[in-house]
Design a protein around this ligand. Structure first.
Ligand code: 0A1
Ligand code: ZN
Length: 873
């Protein structure tokens, strides 16, 4: 049982530290179990007050001020704080000597050892597990670092520019020194040391400076770094063109490690990556992996300006760097790949990850007002919804003004720890627009709902659009104020073309956009010659839920005719979601399933459309997920009905489409060598979406086709595509086993195997996962493996939400186990419970009792405590 309730931190309590730390000199003497760190800090008092430094799990060896050792009574060390009661009133040097144990660090926060490599992860609050410090983002210092290590650890890296290295005479040790001239917060500090291979390259910046690029990986993996290196160079030149941002050090290094809690980390000049987002070869990584690598390399690189040069004043401002950097990486992918496809994919991610958060017990504003454990706030809301807010501001002021606002932001705040207010003020100042109401998006949680009513008067040719917005209550926020929403729209005429937009009181709309600011607002369009079909929220211009009166035939019409590709896809999604919802209800009520024929026919027309590209067709074939269907049902959900209903409708659609699907398979045969370009990626995604539907229509044919693909796979995309297509077929088990035997030496492919095994949509998933926990290749200390197997189970709707509660029990057991190994991983697994209240009474009771069991665990981490208490509240 939790002995003390962990402390809540509030945004309103922000205060700067009484002392600034301007420069840090570090000596890091590496040893697997006892690394000694001597830090010399140049301290500048701001006012007279004790100096209280963070420090967690550290052995304190000595404290010195200006060369004088402090006697014990002049400082106290308790509750992870080091308090020096009296410090000089003028600038002074504080030297602290401390020790930590990298080998024992399974939490992977601070300095840890992974496969013989020393590695740090300091965000958000890992630096305090390495050295006593004002471990918060508004304390920015320049750093000089000297690393000493055994000669068996040849590569010694830190942030900034390399100064010198050499042997330490008379020992079997050596050193390297690094200097980072850019002031940075402690969370951006990094150190890596190990016997690593380097892949080197260079990049010349727009002003002609040559930057040395290095990717460091486990020896033998050098041939898997080409794509990451190419992506890095593409990112560097894109940021110059799109945002005028140039790189600012002589070196840019990336290290790939296999034990990492998150995807990657933007440490200044020394990014550290989960190796799943670096290593790629056509036969080891799928198209999705390639695109993710490109995207995440870009994301971390873009942080150099949005996050590093301008950082966050406090952790409540996390979206300032994360939302903005996601927005920037989304724009990057849109520019170098396909903008419409990227938009659809981003909205799918938002709906799959952020909407369930925003509509459940873990809902929080993009800028939260309080937290217990900041690591719990690296969420889809902060990242993905945060990016949507940047996008809406760009939509409201237009691209040129947005670029001006960004330039102003970089000019005004370079070298500072800024706030969301600072950022939005730049938007307002550069555009002359008022963002006061818009700011509510940062402070109000929940997904707004916009109810649509339309009326067409054939006599006056007026089309009247009434929009009513509301945001449901979320934890701690019962009442919501209206938001400021940009809504792109079109009125589609009977021939499928967009009609001109004349808005009453405004005139012709140059940009097809309206702004909803009131709770209810009426927009009257004049000179509308024929009854149009409304296409609202084009391009998903606002992250809301549109509830309309639109009829199925309007959706079918838009699916075939909307000039906005996003809304063609959206219309198809709505129709399919509706069918799945009706099917789940029908199974509950013992009624016949709805007729999917009209939808299947419309989908057939899309497949036959010579103007639609293959990636778009593939997206049209990806029907809404079980989780989306459960969310649409809202309460009393029976996950078996959701799965079975969806499967039955999908099979019916697929049967109607069989000739078209065969055609898609025939036209997407692999003929050339693998390249991860947009066209080839689109072709392969169509191929494996088609194969999955063929398998849904005819299990044996699907299995036969997959077997052929797998006999001599063309690429990892083909292997994973073929295997995923037949997972629901019990007879596919040998194919899955064959995949493991082929790839058991490759840890990233073993992760894929665990994930697929957890996703098998057949009854008994929890029991199978429980058995796999005993598999010789399963390990609790590697986050990727846990995310694959345990995360895989919570992503398996009917498996996790099984009626007998077995799914909840297996995940709860895992959380308890992980709590003492790695609290961040444990709490991420705990978020799997976030939608528990949507389910029926029996399931809810099981979920609740498992969460209560977790809550009663001795020494429960604040991470898990916070997630479970909020989920149960
Ligand atoms: N800032 C990184 C993600 C990251 C966040 C937290 C971490 O440890 C708790 C690690 C990495 C990014 O946005 O890529
Ligand atoms: Zn980030």
């Amino acid at each position: 049982m939790q002995t003390e309730t962990p402390k809540t931190i509030f945004l309103k309590d922000y205060e700067p530290t009484p002392q600034a730390i301007r420069h840090v000199r570090l000596l890091v003497d590496l040893h697997p179990t006892a690394t000694r760190i001597v830090s010399d800090m140049q301290v500048e008092p701001r006012k007279s007050a004790p100096m209280v430094l963070h420090g967690e799990g550290l052995e304190l060896l000595s404290v010195t001020i200006d060369g004088v050792d402090l006697a014990d009574h002049r400082y106290s060390h308790k509750n992870d704080l080091l308090t020096i009661a009296e410090v000089p009133s003028q600038s002074f040097t504080l030297r602290i000597e401390q020790r930590c144990n990298p080998q024992a660090n399974t939490a992977l926060s601070g300095l840890y050892l992974t496969s013989g490599v020393y590695c740090t992860q300091m965000e958000a609050q890992g630096f305090r597990r390495f050295a006593f410090f004002h471990d918060r983002p508004d304390v920015m210092a320049t750093y000089d670092v000297r690393i000493e290590a055994s000669l068996a650890v040849p590569v010694l890296l830190s942030n900034g520019n390399h100064v010198r290295s050499g042997k330490i005479v008379g020992t079997d040790r050596h050193f390297a020194e690094w200097h980072d001239p850019h002031p940075k917060p402690s969370y951006l500090f990094a150190l890596v040391a190990g016997d690593l291979a380097a892949v080197l390259d260079t990049f010349t910046t727009m002003s002609g400076r040559k930057v040395a690029l290095g990717i460091y990986v486990e020896k033998g993996k050098e041939d898997r770094c080409g794509w990451a290196m190419e992506s890095l160079k593409t990112s560097m030149s894109w940021d110059e063109t799109a945002f005028g941002r140039e790189y600012d050090l002589d070196v840019f290094n990336i290290v790939a490690v296999s034990d990492f809690n998150m995807g990657a980390m933007e440490n200044k000049g020394l990014n550290v990556f989960n190796d799943k987002y670096i290593l790629a070869r056509p036969d080891t990584a799928t198209d999705t992996d390639h695109v993710n690598i490109e995207r995440i390399i870009a994301h971390e690189y873009f942080h150099n300006w949005t996050g590093n040069r301008i950082t966050c004043r406090d952790w409540f401002q996390l979206c300032l760097k994360e939302g903005l950097t996601v927005f920037r990486d989304q724009e990057f992918t849109s520019d170098i790949r396909s903008r419409p496809v990227k938009r659809i994919e981003d909205v799918r991610t938002l709906r799959a990850r952020q909407y369930p958060e925003d509509q459940g017990p873990l809902a929080h504003p993009v800028r939260p007002a309080s937290y217990i454990e900041i690591n719990n706030f690296y969420t889809p809301t902060v990242y993905e919804k945060g990016a949507e807010l940047c996008r809406m501001m760009q939509t409201l002021i237009g691209k040129p003004a947005f670029r001006k606002a960004m330039d102003l932001y970089f000019d005004r705040h370079d070298g500072e720890a800024a706030t969301v207010e600072d950022f939005v003020r730049c938007m307002a100042d550069a555009s002359g627009r008022d963002f006061a109401q818009f700011f509510r998006w940062y402070e109000q949680a929940g997904t707004p709902v916009v109810e649509v009513k339309t009326r067409y008067d054939a006599k006056t040719h007026v089309f009247e659009l009434t929009l009513a917005q509301s945001t449901p209550p979320t934890p701690g926020q019962a009442d919501k104020l209206p938001q400021h929403m940009p809504l792109a729209l079109g009125l589609v005429g009977p021939d499928g073309s967009d009609l001109p937009l004349h808005l009453d009181g405004v005139g012709a709309l140059n940009t097809p956009l309206i702004e909803l600011t009131e709770a209810t607002q009426v927009f009257r369009f004049t000179d509308v010659a024929k009854r149009p079909v409304l296409s609202l929220n084009r391009g998903f211009s606002a992250p809301v839920i549109i509830k309309g009166e639109a009829r199925d035939d309007d959706h079918l019409f838009l699916m075939g005719h909307d000039s906005d590709g996003f809304n063609r896809w959206e219309a198809a999604q709505s129709l399919a979601r509706d069918l799945f919802v009706k099917a789940a209800r029908a199974l509950g009520d013992g009624k016949p399933l709805p007729d999917a024929k009209p939808f299947a026919q419309a989908l057939g027309r899309t497949l036959a459309d010579p103007d639609a590209d293959m990636a778009f067709k593939a997206l049209m074939l990806e029907l809404p997920s079980e989780a989306e269907v459960a969310a649409a049902l809202r309460t009393d959900v029976n996950s078996d009905h959701v799965r079975n209903g969806r499967m039955a409708i999908r099979a019916a659609i697929a049967r109607d489409l069989l000739p078209a699907l065969d055609g898609a398979m025939a036209s997407t045969r692999e003929t050339t060598d693998y390249t991860p370009d947009t066209q080839s990626t689109g072709r392969r995604s169509l191929r494996y979406s088609a194969l999955a539907l063929i398998a849904a229509a005819d299990a044996n044919r699907g299995l036969a086709l997959a077997t052929v693909e797998l006999a001599k796979p063309h690429s990892m995309t083909a292997e994973i595509g073929a295997l995923s297509a037949v997972l629901s077929n019990g007879d596919a088990a040998p194919l899955l086993e064959q995949f493991l035997q082929r790839h058991r030496e490759d840890h990233l492919l073993v992760d894929k195997w665990f994930m697929m095994a957890a996703h098998v949509p057949l009854p008994g998933a929890a029991t199978r996962v429980e058995a796999l926990l005993q598999h010789p290749l399963f390990t609790w200390t590697t986050p990727n493996r846990v995310y694959a197997l345990i995360g895989g189970l919570s992503g398996n709707l009917a498996g996790f939400h099984a009626e007998d509660g077995a799914g909840y029990r297996v995940v709860a057991d895992a959380i308890v186990r992980l709590n003492s190994i790695n609290p961040q991983v444990a709490s991420r697994m705990a978020t799997g419970f976030r939608s528990w209240r949507q389910f029926d009474t029996a399931r809810k009771a099981h979920a609740e009792s498992q969460m209560r069991r977790v809550l009663a665990t001795p020494n429960l981490s604040p991470d898990v405590f916070e997630i479970i208490t909020r989920t149960l509240a």
